[in-house]
Design a binder for this molecule. Sequence first.
Ligand SMILES: *Cc1c(COP(=O)(O)O)cnc(C)c1O
Length: 417
Amino acid sequence: MNSYLESFSVDSRVISAAADVEKDIKPYFAEIEKKEAVNQAKVLAAFRNHKISAAHFNPTSGYGYDDLGRDTLDLVFAETFGTEAALVRPHFISGTHTLTVMLFAVLRPGDVLLSVTGDPYDTLTDVICGNEGGSLKEFGIGYDKVELKNDTFDLEGIEKALENEKVRAVFMTRSKGYAWRESFSCGEMEKAAAFIRNRRSDVLILVDNCYGEFVDTVEPSFADLFAGSLIKNPGGGLAPSGGYIAGKSDYVRLAADRLTAPGLGLEGGANFGVMKELFMGFFMAPHVVAQAVKCAVFCAALMEKLGFEVCPKPADARNDIIEAIRFGKPEYVIAFCKGLQSASPVDSFVTPEPWAMPGYQNEVIMAAGAFTQGSSIEISADGPIRPPYVAYMQGGLTYESGKLAVMCGASAVMNSI
Ligand SMILES: *Cc1c(COP(=O)(O)O)cnc(C)c1O
């Protein structure tokens, strides 16, 4: 039975721990499947309501005016996410690019952006505070932040920061990113948003929704705008590239004007023949996200059993697909990433090394043996090389492949102790 594990050199301690924990986590899997069923029905209903057919998959070129597939995919995302409008485009090159467009869409010189979940994701530092390249700062847009207090919103601190009349937009990150804490539920964020709007009805609420889509049965539709990457959750592993911005129509239109050009907005943008993958990826996304969440729960239970601290714990409610493992030593982070890479379908023979990735503040190691370059809904693990030396595992297109990759990562760690 276990001979296939031998061919992957899985450590015997890992094999026996995995067998134990898989029994314990069954009830959590049932919960994940319930959410998957709700999300799948939501997506399917949107496909039915918009009468999706082969005509929506036709490629367009040039200006891309009257692109039926593109315009309808916007409507399908908006309906599924419960927003007035959405801008879904393969032209967004990454999550960072998508979030950048969201920020520049609504902020103007003299405004201040206030982040209320501590600093945003690492790659946004240059976008907000950089001294070159056309950052918000260079355009005269200020930045302020309120750190979390006991891992949640510091309402007193937020109230104080809102006294600055120049604050035009409040930014929240749903996911923990490279922090050691639980990610936010949409309910918690919505409560904080209500608190903020109660004090300042004129500020916009912007949410970084990366890694959050379909983990729960609600999305941050209370926000004026939220954004994410299509090579993460909502692309279902099939989208070759892209991002989305969803929210109130007026602001989505501003985001479209910023992505293309003022006045062109939502009207242009050839689809390069990727519509079938974008539609199919979104259709698959609830299932693929459920597979990824199962991989995260398995990883949590296995690594905890092997003696490492994990966040979230196996039984915890989840709001993104990330599992953080505190290794305490850089060698173990590197070993875990290398082991995981060795069980990836693509580039299994490649050895990941820490390097100074553009946009990140420390050296980062990334294991990513993905069909789509950098896709982290496929199995991946990464971590900045800084104390307390935490590896972040996410993804898994199928539970079985993700589980095997996690077991190989764990084996590499056990062998280096
Ligand atoms: C991945 C991610 C980003 C940035 O997306 P890239 O596609 O890597 O540029 C931003 N915020 C969060 C929370 C993310 O997980």
